[in-house]
Structures are given as C-alpha cells and as structure tokens.
Design a protein around this ligand. Sequence first.
Ligand SMILES: O=C(O)CCC(=O)C(=O)O
Ligand SMILES: [Fe+2]
Length: 248
Amino acid sequence: MSNISDQNFEIRTFEEFLPELQTRGWSILRPEAIDDDPARTLGRIGKIVPQYNGQITFDVTYKKGFEDAPYSQSMNGLGAHTEAPGYEPPPKYLALYCHRQARCGKGQTLLADGVRFYDTVLDESLRSWADTNEVEFVAATKPGDTERRTFTAKIRGEHDSEPVMRFSYNLFRYGNVNPSAADVAEADRLKDTPLSRIAELGEAWFGDNLTPVLIPEGCMMVWNNHRLIHGRGEYTDPARHLTRYWIA
Ligand SMILES: O=C(O)CCC(=O)C(=O)O
Ligand SMILES: [Fe+2]
C-alpha cells in the first residue's frame, strides 16, 4: 500500500476543492483553506449533523477497549462501508480533519466508487436480490452497546434523484455496523446468505479498486458518502488522530 510520498493527489484551495469534490467524489483541503474551527469551513458545503454520540464531532483515534473489534477507535483495519447506513438519508458528505497522521506507514483511509460496484460488478442474481429486498441496518452506538439504531432500506436507493449507497461489510457479515468481538466470533451464522456474499464480493472488489489516502496533517479530506465506500488499513501508531464530521 502506498504511503504519503507516492500518493498522487493534490491538496486544494476551497475554490479548487469544490469542483473536484463534485466531479471525482472526494478532495482534500489545504490548511490555509480551513478555518480555525473546521466545522465553519464545512458549513459552506452543507449542514453538519450529529453522529452516533449525539455530537457534531467524533474523534477517530485509538481508545482502549476495542482491540478485538473492527471499530474506528481501535487500530484495526475497517472493511468497506458507507457511513451511517441506518440514517435516512445517510450524511451526503463525510469529512476527516487530520491532527496527527499515523507515522508507522499505515492507517490510510481507503476510498472506492460504491455505485460502480453495485451497477457494474455485482452479478445478476445478487443484484436482483438486492434490487428487491430491504436490509435491516442495525448499529450499536459503539461495540457492545445495547442501545441500537435500526433502519430498513435497500442497498442502492435514491435521494433527490441521485443514487444513495448503503454498504457495510460489518453489518452484512457480522449483523452490526459496529460489531463487538462476540458478533465477529459468531460470523459463521450469517455465512452463505445473499448479504454475506455481497459483503465478500464488495470487500474483494474494494481491495482491488481502492485509492489509499494518508491525509496530510492539518488537511481535511471530504468525500461523497452517497456514492463512495470507504475503509481503513490497520495501523500501529496510537497517536493517530482525526476528527470526523457528517454533513447532510
Ligand atoms: O480512520 C479512518 O481513516 C476512517 C475511519 C472511519 O471509517 C470512520 O471514522 O468513519
Ligand atoms: Fe467510516
């Protein structure tokens, strides 16, 4: 996987960022283009909405207690997903402001076009299953929490005549967007269902088609969460620290 020295992206002024976000689906703002409060800058593209914790910011950094769970506050890798698939609609944009990047050469944020996967890669029988069946998106606030949100929707929907993808390797394989270690250990119970086949196909395609981005410190990456799926490579530097925002 690439590291910062061989990544082929530019960091943008706000004026360059906006058209790139709209055409490519993701872009990165340079430090000079970000207000002291990054939420203020993001307010120029939409309304910032509360996350699972009820706050408008969420720290993506290592916290003790999630060592065995594929969770944003662990140092584990995260499978392919769209954010907040149990919200209607899910946030249109996702932003990660980077305070301190992982210095172990890993921990890239990974992006790929989920609509392209659904429309051109999914085989006929799985697509027709997904076109006709709704999925119950269950999300614990954090791994092991009994408080859960659920929402039932198709994997590929629409909002304002634009596609909206809902994809969660964790939900399709382990039954929860934020699974506990126990949910992961019981993955066999969901094996061989259409959903778990979609999860495995999606994850394999994601691995072959993703763009890895090590967001430079002081910069902020924003992407279209209705179209792109994202994930993260595992890392070993506990000082990695990003702030996540959801924009409606
Ligand atoms: O750590 C990352 O780069 C991405 C984490 C993630 O998927 C999230 O916080 O939604
Ligand atoms: Fe995420």
